[in-house]
Design a protein around this ligand. Structure first.
Ligand code: DGL
Length: 272
């Protein structure tokens, strides 16, 4: 029953809410002619504090929604989903390829040659140990320290990414990283790229590489599309369709902060 995929089909990208727009931004930069469909599960955000069962259930529904929209590939732009529900997404996607931000972040970290890596993320992501497993599979000599930073998601959504509250919160969360010789930090949550310059300032003169899996997953997507001969050859900019499960107005207001430009047309859908 599977039809042959064609290059005009959109790339499906999803997250628990708005954070995945940092991945959309990287994809639009690298692949400007691709059509993109985004789903932000704003009715259920945050995933980071939810159970694995709940995250798996939401992820299955969203995957089916994206498949109905005829996507040619799915990018999981949520670390919490990548950590606990990747198999659910893959099995619901059938023959459609699925990429995830944890694999992307791991590859980027390994490519830096870093020996001592700090990982920050939500409670779900850090609690799952998914980054540590993924990193150790590629290099079992690595020093890895992980820290859940649950306050960073609300701070990012509030736009408090470089004020005193953000600086103090980061320095409290990361005090252990600062005492150890961490040479790179993986931003294991798609909200966290908004804190990049504050993090750089916090580590001031130390050579710490900040790893954002958004660029890495965009590159993986490009490679995969090239391999499958599915790069969109249209010369105009790709279309961007944005769906959320609740509060489209709030999503619209916050979108510029995450995407670098406003998203005027956000549609609401009820998956259940
Ligand atoms: N964007 C999600 C992630 O990358 C974090 C937000 C949430 O907790 O839902 O894990």
């Amino acid at each position: 029953m599977n039809k042959t995929p064609d290059s005009n089909q959109p790339i499906g990208i999803f997250d628990s809410g708005i954070g995945g727009l940092t991945v959309v931004k990287a994809v639009m930069k690298k692949l400007p002619h691709e059509n993109v469909i985004y789903f932000g599960d704003t009715a259920h955000v945050p995933y980071g504090t939810k159970s694995d069962q709940a995250i798996n259930r939401f992820s299955a529904e969203i995957t089916r929604f994206l498949i109905k929209h005829d996507v040619k590939m799915i990018l999981i732009a949520c670390n919490s989903v990548s950590a606990v529900a990747k198999e659910t997404v893959t099995s619901n996607a059938g023959s459609i390829p699925v990429l995830d931000v944890i694999t992307a972040g791991t590859q980027a970290a390994i490519a830096t040659g870093s020996k001592s890596i700090g990982v920050i993320g939500t409670l779900a992501t850090i609690g799952s140990g998914a980054y540590e497993r993924s990193l150790r599979q590629r290099n079992n000599q690595l020093q890895i320290k992980s820290k859940a930073c649950p306050l960073l998601v609300p701070l990012a959504e509030e736009g408090w990414t470089d004020n005193e509250v953000a600086k103090n919160t980061l320095s409290l969360y990361l005090s252990e990283f600062m005492q150890n010789n961490i040479d790179s930090i993986i931003l294991g949550c798609t909200h966290y790229p908004l804190f990049t310059s504050t993090l750089q300032a916090l580590f001031n003169n130390r050579a710490v590489t900040i790893i954002d899996s958004a660029d890495s997953i965009a590159e993986m997507a490009q490679n995969l599309l090239v391999r499958h001969k599915l790069i969109n050859t249209q010369t105009s900019r790709g279309h961007f369709n944005c769906f959320v499960s609740d509060r489209p107005q709030r999503f619209r207001e916050l979108s510029e902060r995450f995407l670098g430009r406003p998203v005027p047309d956000v549609q609401i859908v009820n998956l259940a």
